[in-house]
Design a protein around this ligand. Structure first.
Ligand code: ZN
Length: 67
């Protein structure tokens, strides 16, 4: 069964709109994606609402700092 969902994530650093595939087969996930424009890591929190069949995705800039 194909559980990949294409979604759009706006980079919190540069505002670029990225498209990523979400694998919703494993339930809630927390992971990082790299912005295709500025290469900064985007911290993604995915929550599956099984009651409503909805995917909630929240993003913020990485809390890791690179100097
Ligand atoms: Zn970016």
């Amino acid at each position: 069964m194909n559980t990949l969902t294409l979604t759009r994530i706006d980079c919190p650093v540069c505002g670029h709109s990225n498209q990523f595939n979400l694998d919703t087969s494993n339930g809630d996930q927390e992971y990082y994606e790299d912005c295709s424009a500025c290469c900064n890591p985007i911290h993604c929190n995915m929550h599956i609402d099984e009651v409503r069949g909805a995917i909630e995705l929240s993003v913020d800039a990485s809390d890791e700092q690179y100097f």
